[in-house]
Write a protein of this length. Structure first.
Length: 74
């Protein structure tokens, strides 16, 4: 477990993620991070859960209609 300290940045408050956390999240400076509420508290992730769901649905459609999409691409 990592302990983070909230710090003032101008008119806002934020936390600085240590290098080991950034490496584990595969994130770098300027990347977006999403804070989602769960039953146990909050979860910090480098991807948007709704987008992940949409991409999974799109991959399923592309797999089912592979031949149709191939013909349309010609």
């Amino acid at each position: 477990m990592l302990t983070l300290k909230a710090r003032k940045f101008g008119n806002s408050v934020g936390v600085i993620l240590p290098k080991e956390a950034l490496d584990k999240l595969k994130m770098g400076e300027g990347d977006q991070v999403y804070l989602t509420e769960t039953a146990d508290g909050y979860r910090l992730t480098p991807y948007e859960p709704d987008f992940e769901h949409q991409m999974t649905a799109a991959q399923d459609i592309m797999k089912r209609y592979r031949n149709t999409l191939r013909e349309l691409a010609k």
